[in-house]
Design a protein around this ligand. Structure first.
Ligand SMILES: *Cc1c(COP(=O)(O)O)cnc(C)c1O
Length: 369
C-alpha cells in the first residue's frame, strides 16, 4: 500500500470489505462470450419496472436540466396517503442503502456498537464500520434471527439493532410473537431498524411489520424500497418510515439533491401501480412453489422463503456450482460470502427462467457427482 493513503486516510476505511454485487449480465457476456444470459442474483423483479413508472419517466425526460425536488414532496405525499402517516415521518433515500449510511452518520460514533444477524445483508456492517463503530454479529438460529440472543448481546455501547425481515440471504421472517417479546424487553434508548425490503412478498400470516411499533411511539425506523417488487433498482430509491424527531435528525446529514427526479416521479407512479405489485407477488408465489418441487425432486434442501429468493444447499462446493452455472448463462449468488460454502442464493424468476435454472442446476450437479 502506498504510504500516503496509509498514513493520511481514516483508519476505519481499512476495515471495510468491498460489497460483492450480483455479477452483471454485461460482464458475463464479456468474460465468457455468452449471449443468452439470465440473472437470478440480485432479487430484481423478473417482470421489469412497473409499467406506469416507465410511462411517467418517459414523459419527464425533457425536464432533466432541472434539479430534483430536494424535499421529494410529491413522493412523500403519496407515501403519506398510502400508509396513512404524517409527511414529516418519511425519509427518502438514494436506495435504502443510502438511508442505512445516513442513519449510521446520524447515530454512530467511534466505539459504538450495532447488533445484526449473521448472515444478513452486508450494508449494515459497512455503514457501522465507516463511522468507526463495531458490528456485533449474532448467528441466526435455524436460518432465522435469534432475537433473544440479540437482546443478550446488548452492551452499554449498543446504539442500533437491525432486523432484516424477511432476512437476506435466508428469506426467513421473525414472527409477531418473537418481535413482541423482543420489543417488550428492549431498552427504549436503542434504535431498531427494521429492513423490510421484501415486505411485499411475504405470505405468512405470522408476519408483523415494524410499523406497529412506530405507531406505539417506539424508536424504530422501517426501511422499504422501490428496488425489489416495484422493479426500479436502477433508479436507486428507497424510503424510511419513522418518528418526526428521528426523520428530522437524519435529514440533517442528507445531501440536498440525494434522490433524482426520474426516481421520484417513477416511484410515485409505481406506488399507484398496485396491479404490477399484485402480478409480481403472484408470479413469485408460483415460481417459489415450482422451485420447491424441483428441489425436492432432486433431493436438495432449501430454506422456505418469504421473499423472492431461495437459499438452498447444493450439497457440494457452492462456488463450483456458481461457476458452472455461469458457463451455462445462469447467474446466481454463492453462499460462501454469507459463510455457508455449500449454499447458493437464487432469485425467483419467470417460469421460463426458473426452468432454465433447474435444468442447468441438475446438469451441473450430475457432472459434479
Ligand atoms: C435489496 C435490499 C435492499 C434495497 O436496497 P436499495 O438500496 O433500496 O436498492 C435493502 N435491504 C436489503 C436486505 C436488500 O436485500
Amino acid at each position: 500500500m502506498q504510504e500516503f493513503v496509509k498514513n493520511r486516510a481514516r483508519q476505519e476505511i481499512f476495515k471495510l470489505k468491498p460489497y460483492t454485487p450480483g455479477k452483471p449480465i454485461e460482464e458475463v457476456k464479456r468474460e465468457l462470450g455468452l449471449e443468452d444470459i439470465i440473472k437470478l442474483a440480485s432479487n430484481e423483479n423478473p417482470l421489469g419496472p412497473a409499467p406506469r413508472a416507465i410511462e411517467a419517466i418517459s414523459n419527464m425526460l425533457s425536464e432533466m436540466h432541472l434539479y430534483p425536488d430536494a424535499n421529494c414532496f410529491n413522493l412523500k405525499k403519496a407515501l403519506s396517503g398510502f400508509y396513512d402517516i404524517p409527511i414529516t415521518d418519511i425519509l427518502i433515500g438514494n436506495g435504502s442503502d443510502e438511508l442505512l449510511k445516513l442513519i449510521a452518520e446520524t447515530f454512530l460514533s467511534s466505539g459504538d456498537q450495532i447488533i445484526v444477524g449473521k448472515p444478513t445483508f452486508s450494508e449494515y456492517e459497512f455503514a457501522a464500520l465507516i463511522m468507526g463503530a463495531e458490528c456485533i454479529e449474532v448467528p441466526l438460529k435455524e436460518f432465522t434471527h435469534d432475537l433473544p440472543a440479540m437482546l443478550a448481546a446488548i452492551t452499554p455501547k449498543t446504539k442500533i439493532i437491525v432486523i432484516c425481515n424477511p432476512n437476506n440471504p435466508t428469506g426467513t421472517i421473525v414472527n409477531r410473537m418473537q418481535i413482541k417479546e423482543f420489543m417488550d424487553k428492549l431498552p427504549p434508548d436503542i434504535l431498531v431498524v427494521f429492513d423490510e425490503a421484501y415486505y411485499e412478498y411475504v405470505e405468512s400470516p405470522e408476519y408483523s411489520t415494524g410499523l406497529e411499533y412506530l405507531a406505539q411511539g417506539r424508536n424504530v425506523i422501517v426501511l422499504r424500497t422501490f428496488s425489489k417488487i416495484y422493479g426500479l433498482a436502477a433508479l436507486r430509491i428507497g424510503y424510511g418510515l419513522t418518528s418526526t424527531e428521528i426523520a428530522q435528525a437524519v435529514e440533517r446529514v442528507m445531501e440536498p439533491f440525494n434522490v433524482n427526479s426520474p426516481a421520484q416521479i417513477g416511484a410515485v407512479a409505481a406506488l399507484q401501480d398496485q396491479e404490477h405489485v399484485k402480478r409480481s407477488r403472484e408470479l413469485n408465489k408460483q415460481g417459489k412453489q415450482y422451485l420447491y418441487n424441483e428441489f425436492k425432486r432432486m433431493g436438495l434442501t432449501y430454506v422456505p422463503t418469504e421473499a423472492n429468493f431461495i437459499f438452498m444447499d447444493t450439497g457440494v462446493d457452492g462456488r463450483e456450482v456458481f461457476n458452472r452455472l455461469l458457463k451455462l448463462g445462469v447467474i446466481v449468488r454463492t453462499g460462501d460470502i454469507f459463510g455457508l460454502p455449500t449454499f447458493i442464493r437464487v432469485t425467483v424468476g419467470t417460469a421460463e427462467e426458473n426452468q432454465r435454472f433447474t435444468t442447468s442446476l441438475e446438469k451441473v450437479l450430475k457432472d459434479l457427482k
